[in-house]
Design a protein around this ligand. Structure first.
Ligand SMILES: *Cc1c(COP(=O)(O)O)cnc(C)c1O
Length: 403
């Protein structure tokens, strides 16, 4: 095949890393469900362990099905190499463990995926790692938080549920000016919409659980590096800590990723149509969607992304009670956390995921009582709109008269 790296993203996701099986010619990558690999003789075993022979040895250290997915992800992100991980958090922890040390400091996006921040604050702190969390939608906040000991800038963009974007190229300049690395969680955009390595990031992490697999049936994670040296360092630590990927999991994700382009196209179009409709709806107070000109960072979206994605937030008039009534009234959208699947998922952080957080702290983080987050799926948009419209009628009815 001609150079796959020069093809368009929709072609790359179908062909990258996916060669007919050398043993049998199977067009679909087989599931190499084995824990270990036989050597022909002692010399071959020795050559593999010394790295002179790149063949497989033991599945935690590498497996052909996992390797096919890793090659695919490296090509999609334009990286030098990728590592499959058991979950998104396993990938993120490998990055922290491999690239931080005692006394190191991290500057991160304040509204990152909760556990990405909490492990640093609660666990890595015990090993002498410090972290500062800022609103990274303003690069000057990142610059102001840098210390001589800052080894990593860790950003997520878009970050939810506040839908803030972070300027990747600006953060790469800030990090590199001080010899720090820029790590980007690219889960929300996926490589079809955003390629952080091309904008100067050093490492990309993913929860494959979301858009890349896309079918709400498997968890997984990945790390993609911009240089062979970073990839080798991350690989060494990853296989030693053991949060690696299983071949069956890799096969499911390889199956899912093939339709990433089609799914994202449909979900994104649905999402934008719904967002426009909600923006004009009398029962809706506000809509934050990076694809709408009303989003404060719409220009940055156009500059650094190929499209705004399919997750957004909106405010229901009537606050907490109305928000609860809305999510209790939807019939097609499913009430659940997670995102990026073919089915539409909806959640109300104030009454669900963030109930434990003090209201003041929650509101300071932009998670107001009325905020509803929706991950729009691939259903027929007319059915989704009808569902939301009937739920908004019930939400309005739940608000006491005069409130
Ligand atoms: C879900 C998610 C993660 C964690 O991934 P798991 O596969 O659940 O471990 C990390 N980052 C973002 C942005 C996520 O949405």
């Amino acid at each position: 095949m001609t150079d796959i790296r020069r093809m368009h993203p929709a072609t790359r996701i179908i062909h990258a890393g996916q060669h007919p099986d050398p043993a049998t010619g199977a067009v679909s990558t087989p599931i190499y469900q084995t824990s270990t690999f036989a050597f022909k003789n002692a010399d071959e075993g020795a050559a593999r362990f010394q790295g002179r022979d790149p063949g497989f040895k033991y599945t935690r250290l590498g497996n052909p099905t996992v390797a096919a997915l890793e090659e695919c992800l490296a090509i999609l992100e334009g990286g030098c190499g990728a590592l499959g991980a058991a979950t998104g958090m396993a990938a993120i922890n490998t990055v922290y463990v491999a690239l931080l040390e005692q006394g190191a400091h991290v500057v991160g996006t304040d509204s990152v995926y909760g556990p990405s921040r909490l492990v640093l604050e609660n666990e890595y702190r015990r090993f002498g790692v410090a972290s500062t969390w800022v609103d990274s939608s303003k690069p000057e906040n990142v610059a102001a938080a840098m210390r001589p000991s800052t080894k990593m800038v860790y950003i997520e963009t878009p970050a939810n549920p506040t839908m803030k974007l972070t300027d990747i190229a600006a953060c790469a300049d800030i990090a590199h000016a001080q010899g720090a690395l820029l790590v980007v969680d690219n889960t929300f955009a996926s490589p079809v919409l955003q390629q952080p390595l091309a904008l100067g990031a050093d490492v990309v992490v993913h929860s494959l659980t979301k858009y890349i697999n896309g079918h709400t049936d498997v968890v997984g994670g990945a790390i993609v590096s911009s240089s062979p040296a970073l990839h080798d360092r991350l690989r060494k630590v990853h296989v030693a800590f053991g949060g690696t990927m299983d071949p069956h999991q890799a096969w499911l994700i390889l199956r899912g990723v093939k339709t990433l382009g089609l799914r994202m196209e449909r979900a994104q179009a649905n999402s934008l149509e719904i967002a426009r409709l909600l923006e004009a709806h009398p029962g809706v107070a506000w809509v934050l969607h990076p694809g709408l000109p009303s989003h404060p960072q719409h220009a940055l979206m156009l500059r650094q992304m190929a499209g705004p994605g399919a997750v957004f937030s909106f405010g229901v008039k009537g606050g907490l009670e109305a928000g609860k009534a809305l999510i209790d009234s939807v019939k097609l959208a499913t009430l659940a956390v997670s995102l990026g699947g073919v089915e539409t998922l909806i959640e109300h952080p104030a009454s669900m995921t963030h109930t434990g957080m003090p209201k003041k702290e929650r509101e300071a983080a932009g998670i107001t009582d009325d905020l509803v987050r929706i991950s729009v799926g691939c259903e027929d948009v007319r059915d989704l709109i009808a569902d939301l419209e009937q739920a908004l009628v019930k939400a309005a009815a739940a608000v006491p008269v005069g409130a």
